[in-house]
Design a binder for this molecule. Structure first.
Ligand SMILES: CC(C)(COP(=O)(O)OP(=O)(O)OC[C@H]1O[C@@H](n2cnc3c(N)ncnc32)[C@H](O)[C@@H]1OP(=O)(O)O)[C@@H](O)C(=O)NCCC(=O)NCCS
Length: 330
């Protein structure tokens, strides 16, 4: 592979005008420091991370988290003239041979736009495809260069990643006319309730094939230990799932309603009751997360009940089906 470097990079890197032999090789322990420094530098551009890095204690915690993740990944580096030009981290998932996750991919800022990112991605696909059916990754919606790269290589959004709404103002009157109940559940019952409703939501928007992919790639059996879970029941029928977590001043809610109720008056009632419940003892804002498949419907309801809400920039979950693997297709 040949990569052409502009003069500026030539000066900084002290290398010849054209780079031959871009090599991708396993990273070693001696690369951890540099990889973590690069990760800190580019994450610092994300608003949430910038806030974190402004506190020395949180910044240390974040750095240690990056180091911890280094040990959880297969780490590779792109080398040009004996220097690291980029890196790639692939993270296997526990008990999951179906997919492997691209944890991070970074190219040195002065060497971007020259094909190194593409080479690293193709390397990831080649490495993964003997054992896995899918490659997955997460990307912030506002990261245009990375999204273009992934789109170009055939990655698509599975619509399973959560989208977050921040509720900033709630009207006083949230009266409900249908018979809606929130029943506390936990453990396996909570997992299967969540999975049933989530899968129906994904299938109703995207079809049976997406349901299968979503099921094999994304559904975990873990519940957040700090959250409480409810089954939503309307006139004795299971209608949805919600988990609620209070984290410092923020109430964080994951909510999904059965698709048969989307765009109905019942959906409005369920959402009203949900918001009414979670505003009890409220100190900070409410964050409601829903899967992208359900995002459109919820956003319409929030405007109908005159809740002031903002949609936060989200993290998209992208996926690509690999060819040439030996596993049976899902
Ligand atoms: C994303 C990243 C790895 C791409 O690496 P790269 O070496 O620049 O990528 P390539 O040169 O192979 O470019 C591949 C494609 O990406 C897109 N791309 C690259 N730079 C871009 C830019 N500045 N603006 C828009 N699209 C861009 C283009 O579609 C390009 O293909 P094209 O030139 O045929 O149009 C690199 O920009 C990077 O390190 N970014 C910071 C870290 C990061 O955001 N990682 C992704 C985390 S999800």
């Amino acid at each position: 592979m040949v990569v052409f470097i502009p003069e500026e990079a030539e000066r900084v890197w002290g290398i010849e005008t054209s780079i031959r032999n871009l090599r991708i090789q396993k990273a070693s322990l001696s690369d951890v420091g540099e990889m973590v420094r690069w990760a800190l530098a580019y994450h610092a551009k994300e608003p949430e991370v910038r806030k974190t890095l402004s506190s020395p204690l949180k910044s240390l915690h974040f750095t240690l988290w990056l180091v911890y993740n280094w040990f959880k990944c297969y780490n590779f580096k792109a080398v040009v003239s004996n220097r690291m030009a980029g890196y790639l981290q692939l993270r296997p998932k526990a008990h999951d041979r179906v997919s492997i996750h691209i944890w991070d991919i970074v190219v040195h800022p002065r060497l971007r736009g020259k094909g190194i990112g593409t080479s690293l991605m193709k390397f990831a696909e080649k490495t993964a495809q003997s054992k896995h059916q899918y490659l997955t990754l997460g990307v912030i919606e506002s990261n245009a260069p990375a999204r273009r790269l992934y789109r170009k290589l055939g990655y698509r959004n599975l619509q399973g990643s959560p989208t977050c709404f921040k509720i900033t103002e709630i009207p006083e009157d949230l009266r409900v006319s249908s018979k809606v109940e929130f029943k506390l559940i936990s453990g396996e019952k909570a997992v299967s309730c969540r999975n049933r409703i989530l899968l129906d939501a994904v299938e109703s928007v995207l079809g049976i094939d997406e349901r299968k992919t979503f099921q094999s790639v994304y559904l975990s059996s873990n519940l957040d230990r700090k959250s409480v879970q409810f089954r939503i029941v309307v006139s004795t029928k299971e209608a949805g799932y919600v988990s609620i977590k209070q984290k410092r001043n923020v109430k964080s809610v994951f909510f999904v309603l059965h698709p048969s109720l989307w765009n109905t008056d019942v959906e409005i009632d369920v959402t009203k009751l949900l918001i009414d419940r979670i505003r009890e003892g409220l100190v900070g804002p409410i964050k409601i997360c829903v899967v992208q498949a359900y995002e459109k419907s919820l956003s319409a309801v929030l405007s109908k009940i005159e809740c002031r809400s903002e949609r936060a920039i989200g993290r998209l979950g992208l996926i690509k089906k690999l060819s040439g693997n030996r596993l049976k297709s899902t």
